[in-house]
Design a protein around this ligand. Structure first.
Ligand SMILES: NC(=O)c1ccc[n+]([C@@H]2O[C@H](COP(=O)([O-])OP(=O)(O)OC[C@H]3O[C@@H](n4cnc5c(N)ncnc54)[C@H](O)[C@@H]3O)[C@@H](O)[C@H]2O)c1
Length: 452
């Protein structure tokens, strides 16, 4: 669609305004009117929901283009933006068109994980700022490339670890920094979700609504299975190493990232021990239904238990997520962290829920309520675009949180074993195959360059 037609079908036309096309979307007028022009790559439920919300809660932020390789979701994205924001964005199946578009200030990357870093680096190299969903990377090496690209091209990159914008996370960090919890002994992260048996359905012809080659992108070419991608929903790509880091990446990453923030963002661990498997339901999923990981940080340990098998546990209910005065029932809360200090035990919620410290005799000695901070993270991104301040979801720290996911998965994939890690070089010291997994492989035409 050419620009004139695009604007005519958009908000200006419906509002009967006589502004030129440039007035709505040209970034050249950003200085004049502070307008920010966004584009979305990956129009699943998450990307579409968050980018539309971001435009609703921040003034003068618009979506110029939506991009997806799934025609059904692309059409839905156009109509949802029109319904919710009052104008029709342009649509493309090729993200490069967005990167070439001078009007676009920032790209919102909400594809499956195997595309996150590649799309972000291409956007950064084209001069765009980026909001990239978690887990931002699919291996350790590309995480370092994302950090290097962000700083080389001086871009704002907000990683979608939204808990980094939680006010209760900051107060918990302050409580620990003040010494009131004593010295940290151990940090236990839980992501104990429900699940069931999962197996891949037989391959079929590629459906007409999907560009399978582009969906695979950097991942190896293989036949299409409806188990991997769904026309309307998410599909099962989280069950495959080629497209994700499984449950650790999907949800446990949030728990561990918030835990790292609260204890003061420690550097990488020195070693990791990982165990897991499909011991409960069986099935053919590659990313296991249960994992138990222990990280050695030198003077304390962190552990993470991740399950798709504990159906009786509950995520923080919605009324508590959005109410600063309520706390979850920690005992059956599926996404909590327990921070054991020498002076007390801090329970910390990851879907809002705030934190409480238990001292001697089962007494609550300190607490702060807190809400789920999706909105705050979106506001922080826009403030960072305008002021050029470092965003809360800062790329180096988020790379370190993502590295916990990768180390846990690599330890499992190389045989449920302990791996020694060198924080300085980000290399695994005692297993060759582990370093191959930490580096990842890219299909021809979809490589991330060594020098970004
Ligand atoms: N921060 C959070 O709390 C949170 C919550 C949910 C999901 N997420 C993350 O957001 C991301 C998206 O999640 P979702 O549930 O919407 O998944 P989804 O699979 O439904 O959506 C991803 C979309 O990306 C599209 N896509 C794939 N390759 C593409 C390409 N080359 N170009 C353009 N589009 C392409 C797919 O067709 C799909 O529509 C995931 O990485 C997920 O982990 C984060």
């Amino acid at each position: 669609m050419d620009r004139r037609k695009f604007i005519k079908t958009g908000v200006l036309a419906t509002a009967g305004l006589s502004l030129s096309a440039g007035s709505l979307f040209s970034s050249s007028c950003m200085g004049a009117n502070n307008r920010i022009v966004l584009a979305l790559v990956g129009c699943g439920g998450r990307g579409l929901g968050t980018i539309i919300n971001c435009c609703k809660i921040n003034s003068d932020v618009v979506i110029k283009t939506v991009c997806d390789v799934n025609k059904t979701k692309l059409a839905k994205a156009v109509s949802n933006v029109e319904k919710d924001l009052g104008y029709k964005p342009s649509a493309t199946e090729n993200m490069d068109e967005i990167f070439k578009d001078k009007d676009v200030d920032a790209v919102w990357v909400a594809t499956p994980e195997h595309w996150h870093t590649l799309a972000s680096i291409r956007a950064i190299q084209a001069g765009k700022d980026v909001y990239v969903e978690k887990n931002p990377t699919i291996n350790i090496w590309e995480g370092r490339k994302l950090v290097e690209a962000t700083y080389k091209y001086k871009r704002i990159v907000q990683v979608g670890f939204q808990n980094r914008s939680a006010l209760y996370g900051f107060s918990a960090r302050e409580y620990i920094r003040s010494g009131k919890l004593g010295k940290i002994v151990t940090v236990k992260c839980y992501n104990m979700l429900g699940g069931g048996k999962w197996s891949e359905a037989p391959e079929t012809a590629v459906p007409g609504w999907l560009d399978w080659d582009k969906w695979l992108g950097p991942a190896p070419m293989r036949g299409f299975s409806p188990s991997i991608v769904d026309e309307n929903g998410r599909g099962g790509w989280l069950s495959y190493w080629d497209y994700s880091g499984g449950g650790l990446a999907d949800d446990a990453s949030h728990v561990m990232d918030l835990a790292r923030l609260v204890i003061g963002d420690p550097d990488h661990p020195k070693s990791v021990y990982g165990w897991g498997g499909n011991h409960v339901f069986g099935g053919t999923r590659e990313t296991p239904e249960y994992q138990s990981i222990v990280y050695d940080f030198g003077d304390f340990t962190m552990s993470c238990d991740n399950a798709y098998a504990t159906n009786y546990m509950t995520k923080t209910p919605n009324d508590i997520r959005m109410d600063k005065t309520k706390f979850p029932n920690w005992r059956n809360n599926s996404t909590r962290t327990e921070i054991y200090g020498t002076e007390g035990l801090m329970y910390l919620g990851r879907h809002g829920g705030g934190w409480q410290v238990l001292g001697k005799d089962n007494q609550i000695v300190a607490e702060d309520g807190g809400v789920f901070p999706d909105k705050e993270h979106q506001i922080d991104f826009i403030e960072s675009l305008r002021s050029r301040k470092t965003p809360n979801g800062e790329v180096e720290q988020c790379h370190k949180s993502a590295t916990l996911v990768h180390l846990g998965n690599i330890a499992y994939r190389t045989g449920n074993k302990q791996l020694l890690f060198d924080p300085a070089t980000e290399k695994i010291l005692n297993d060759k195959q582990a370093n191959v997994l930490a580096r990842g492989k890219y299909r021809k035409g979809y490589e991330i360059p060594e020098k970004v």
